[in-house]
Design a protein around this ligand. Structure first.
Ligand code: GRF
Length: 201
């Protein structure tokens, strides 16, 4: 049986698209069973619709308390019985209920080489700092902001004439390849986490 993936998005969904493309090959070992978003009108949800994948939207603003949103998001995911939940440009921090259910099998792709430049402006912050190498990090999600154990990293150069846009796009190309490779390996095989050290077998 292929592993069941729920992918969470807030934006254009190019990482999601890479996973959708990969899962058309049965040998990949995983299928996207649902795509969830925290807002309406995202490119990611539109891509899922085009691929015939069920979608759900759980906006924070629909709930009086953040914890209630967190429980609703957890329940929406649980309805699809995921083996792995993938944050692919999902711009919300999940809370205790979500982590109680999916901690240890909730992964996020971040567009910087953690622990450098966490948060939502990874490429901008890397450019502003003047680093010569940056990249993307796939990591487990814990209660912090981009602080969980690191699964994989890929580096890209920062070029002298880079803008935030050009650097963002260079990172995204490498990021998509890494996401597809490691989610597939995690789906087909297994992994260990010892302290902060992750080994994908
Ligand atoms: C990715 O680069 C991710 O690292 C960042 O947002 C971007 C999402 O892009 N948090 P997309 O929606 O997958 O195109």
């Amino acid at each position: 049986m292929p592993a069941r993936l729920v992918v969470l998005v807030s934006g254009s969904g190019s990482n999601l698209q890479a996973l959708l493309d990969a899962t058309t090959d049965p040998a990949y070992g995983a299928e996207v069973v649902a795509v969830g978003a925290d807002r309406t009108g995202t490119g990611g949800v539109a891509r899922a619709g085009q691929a015939g994948v069920p979608t759900f939207v759980v906006p924070v603003g629909d709930f009086a308390a953040r914890a209630e949103w967190d429980k609703a998001l957890t329940a929406a995911c649980a309805g699809y019985r995921p083996d792995l939940v993938v944050s692919a440009g999902f711009l919300k921090l999940v809370g205790a209920a979500f982590l109680a259910e999916y901690g240890g099998r909730y992964v996020n792709t971040h567009n910087a080489l953690l622990p450098a430049f966490p948060g939502i402006h990874g490429p901008r912050d890397a450019l502003g700092y003047g680093v010569k190498v940056t990249g993307a990090t796939l990591h487990f999600v814990d209660a912090g902001v981009d602080t969980g154990p690191i699964i994989a990293q890929v580096a890209v150069p920062v070029l002298d004439d880079d803008t935030e846009e050009s650097l963002t796009e260079r990172i995204k190309v490498a990021e998509r390849g890494q996401l597809v490779e490691y989610v597939g390996r995690m789906a087909r095989q297994s992994w260990t986490v010892t302290g902060r050290k992750v080994t994908v077998l």
